[in-house]
Design a protein around this ligand. Structure first.
Ligand SMILES: [Zn+2]
Length: 73
């Protein structure tokens, strides 16, 4: 099996063997060395940010409701 990785230097996507994951490899286009990371895991990290923001907004709303109920605000 192979994974899809993106070169941070030139932005090209290429497929490398599974064994190369998390290892230092050399881009076949611009020949810059970089650590091979699967595009799939990068997508997971991008997905986490809206969830964190939504969680913070929910907590802020909850605090506002509590303060309003307590008559502080
Ligand atoms: Zn490159």
């Amino acid at each position: 099996m192979s994974i899809s990785v993106r070169c941070p230097s030139c932005g090209k996507t290429m497929r490398v063997p599974d064994e190369a994951a998390s290892r230092s490899i050399r881009c076949r286009y611009c020949h810059q060395p970089f650590t091979a990371r699967s595009d799939d895991s990068a997508g997971e990290r991008r997905l986490n940010l809206p969830i964190i923001v939504a969680g913070i907004l929910f907590l802020l709303g909850l605090i506002a409701v509590i303060l309003r109920l307590a008559g502080v605000w």
